[in-house]
Design a protein around this ligand. Sequence first.
Ligand SMILES: [Zn+2]
Length: 148
Amino acid sequence: MLKVRLTKEFRFEMAHALEGYDGLCKNMHGHSYILEVTVIGTPIAQPNHPKLGMVMDFGDLKRIVNPLIVERFDHSVSVMANTSTHKKLIDVGLQRVEPLPFQPTCENMIDYFAKIIIEKLPEGVSLHHLKLNETATSYAEWYASDNL
Ligand SMILES: [Zn+2]
């Protein structure tokens, strides 16, 4: 059966600080993240279906990823929960702090994004892979074939 991959790109600005890290990323700083979401499926063949010929409406993918990831993390500060950095941010009353149960590295963020996107995909559509650029030259990739 024909399989086609679809990719949509999302962008958000996020600050983070890596608790205990032995490099510059221990200091709070921001990145312009680019997330590519690639799904795979078979184009709908039912003649009267409003999405005839589509694996998935790009708009539907946007309606999944925007609230889950872009609106939540854009212009936020992500830190590992219950660390000294997290406590300091609470003390100063900073808005849009996202405490996470993990160190907010590119690797951990992409794995988390995969898990929350998979839960919302319609039947017959699978997550093929994600690519998350942290800088113009650095990115992480998550592939279903490596993990499921
Ligand atoms: Zn960083």
